[in-house]
Design a protein around this ligand. Structure first.
Ligand code: AR6
Length: 180
């Protein structure tokens, strides 16, 4: 069990493009089809090349769609990251559809997969706050809280980076981290 200061030291926030990350794994904000899309999903498949999509198709064939809150793992294809963890966040419906818990599970199941694969460093985008329209301040609080609580209990992951695409999103995550 780590204390809060140690945990906060392991969480890094930065503005950037997640496809350029050199962490062991990056996380994709995918959709249940796992067959690609726009936003960060499109960027990861474009930069990572066709191998990632082939692996996603294989997962689809074996296990079917990836439900919101769940996560699956593939190799990193042409990316610097060795793995891509594909998770599906909730579509924001005004807060009436258990969106907070689904978002929490998307982070939690991604982290659990990372631990299972011996991943020590991992980068997340801001899941659900683009096309899925989850309010950024609320999503940031859930993301930071879920990661911090996980790191308190599991010391195998050494670094969690949030790669935020714009300044406003970055500021919301910074605020969420400071308020812990
Ligand atoms: N690096 C880091 N963050 C990025 C990048 C990038 N290269 N590109 C976009 N973002 P979104 P969602 C940010 O829409 O809301 C897809 O079509 C973006 O600015 O990618 O979970 C999927 O296939 C925003 O802050 O994901 C699904 O259908 C954040 O990443 C759907 O979108 C998330 O935006 C998932 O929607």
């Amino acid at each position: 069990m780590s204390d809060l200061k140690d945990v906060l030291d392991k969480i890094e926030l930065t503005i950037g493009d997640i496809t350029e990350e050199e962490t062991d794994a990056i996380v994709n904000a995918a959709n249940p089809s796992l067959l690609g899309g726009g936003g960060v999903d499109g960027a990861i498949h474009r930069a990572g090349g066709p191998e990632i999509l082939e692996e996603c198709k294989e997962i689809r064939r074996k296990y079917g769609k990836c439900l919101p809150g769940h996560a699956v793992i593939t190799g990193g294809g042409n990316l610097k990251a060795k793995y891509v963890i594909h998770t599906v966040g909730p579509i924001w419906q005004g807060g009436i559809a258990d969106e907070d818990n689904v978002l929490r599970n998307a982070y939690l199941n991604s982290l659990k997969l990372a631990s299972q694969y011996g991943i020590k460093t991992i980068s997340f985008p801001s899941i659900s706050t683009g096309a899925y329209r989850f309010p950024v301040d609320r999503a940031a609080a859930i993301a930071i809280d879920t990661v911090a609580n996980y790191l308190k209990e599991d010391s195998s992951i050494e670094k969690v980076r949030f790669i935020l695409f714009d300044e406003d999103t970055y500021r919301q995550y910074e605020r969420a981290k400071q308020s812990l």
